[in-house]
Design a protein around this ligand. Structure first.
Ligand SMILES: NC(=O)c1ccc[n+]([C@@H]2O[C@H](COP(=O)([O-])OP(=O)(O)OC[C@H]3O[C@@H](n4cnc5c(N)ncnc54)[C@H](OP(=O)(O)O)[C@@H]3O)[C@@H](O)[C@H]2O)c1
Length: 340
């Protein structure tokens, strides 16, 4: 069977490394180019010794024509604001593109400016990108060449809320979302708050009700609900390397029993390979999804309140695993290839 030629631009980052680890296990993939900004010429395993003997191929410069001509699929693990400078140069080659940054997730430039504080350099291509949450947009992903991979916070939050939003079972005016994230969510470049003595044995909220993922969530959750959804999002940095844990406080629009709600979730996700609805009364834990592409969901009803909890690995279902899941959908492959 023919192999799919895959390249990664920004291969030297955290999501790049996770992409390589997943793609090495993928039976249909040949990794063609590991493109980097600063370490071209070095073996990939010199950057990441964990892959010694498994991925010793040399990193290359970001040579647009060479990479595009050699690839069927190109992943981009670049910072936001950089993706929109580099991706337009690749688009004319008509290859499948999966961007892990936030640059093509928002539908309009206005939203982008609100979230990221700068003009979008490639706003004409925003409509061409499909928001890559397969559980919501599978058919659109199947038909597109360009996918904007969702943010790590929005992924777990959207999967937890989608069934009740689409069923009209919760109020959409004020959904309170409390999230905890591990340190790798910030990428490999050191920042003071992520310095070990600062974050070890510490918990702190940050970007309270002003995080750049909030507009992304409101955009996608509103599509699910068919009406505007307003959320209050408070992320916290906690001393773990990877993982995201969401606790979501909502109000039910009508009385439902815990069993009815649980059944709704079970049915909703029964054919989804990567969403696990836990047994009634069970609470998700980050350790149970670490290193996997799973999103675990738990729920508790207290009077008219519904409290949802979800856990993902930020680097897998929140980034590189989901990106490979999207590639599988785009290429018409079994969605779980490389991910089980
Ligand atoms: N970390 C997560 O949990 C997570 C989850 C979901 C989405 N994302 C998104 O995924 C993207 C990558 O995240 P990450 O955590 O992998 O970041 P990272 O660890 O900081 O890696 C960034 C990569 O981009 C390259 N790069 C930086 N500036 C560049 C420039 N001006 N030109 C060319 N290459 C440049 C870096 O190359 P050098 O090595 O040469 O500096 C590195 O390969 C980001 O947009 C992030 O928001 C991250």
């Amino acid at each position: 069977m023919n192999k799919i030629n895959v390249s990664i631009v920004g291969a030297s980052g955290y999501t790049g490394l996770e992409l390589v680890k997943v793609l090495l296990k993928h039976p249909r993939v040949m990794i063609r180019n590991l493109a980097v900004r600063t370490d071209a010429g070095k073996p990939y395993s010199e950057l990441f010794p964990i892959l010694k003997g498994q991925c010793d191929q040399k990193c290359v410069d970001i040579d647009v024509e060479k990479i595009a001509n050699a690839s069927d699929v190109i992943f981009f693990g670049l910072p936001h604001k950089t993706s929109m400078e580099i991706i337009p140069q690749f688009l004319k080659f008509g290859k499948k593109i999966i961007d892990l940054s936030a640059d093509y997730r928002l539908d309009t430039e206005k939203r982008y400016i609100n979230a990221y504080g700068v003009k979008h350099l490639d706003k004409g291509n925003l409509p061409a990108f499909v928001y890559g949450l397969p559980e919501f947009n599978r058919e659109k992903i199947r038909q597109t060449n360009t996918v904007a991979n969702p943010g790590c916070f929005p992924t777990g939050i959207a999967l937890a809320l989608m069934p009740v939003l689409q069923a009209g079972l919760i109020e959409t005016e004020t959904i309170l979302v409390d999230s905890k994230t591990g340190i790798s969510g910030g990428g490999k470049t050191p920042k003071p708050a992520f310095h070990f003595p600062e974050c070890n044995e510490n918990v702190a909220a940050y970007k309270v009700a002003s995080h750049q993922h909030e507009p992304e969530m409101e955009q996608e959750l509103s599509k699910m609900a068919g009406k505007p959804v307003d959320i209050v999002f408070v992320p916290h940095l906690v001393p773990m390397t990877r993982g995201i844990y969401n606790t979501i406080y909502t109000r039910l629009t009508k009385s439902v029993t815990a069993a009815e709600l649980h059944n709704l979730y079970r049915k909703w996700y029964q054919d989804e390979p990567f969403v696990r609805v836990l047994e009634k009364g069970q609470i998700p834990e980050n350790k149970h999804v670490a290193g996997t592409n799973f999103c675990d969901i738990g729920m508790v009803i207290s009077g008219q309140r519904l409290i949802l909890m979800s856990a993902i690995d930020n680097l897998i279902k929140g980034a590189s695993g989901q990106a490979v899941q999207n590639m599988n959908v785009m290429m018409g492959l079994d969605e779980t290839l490389g991910l089980n």
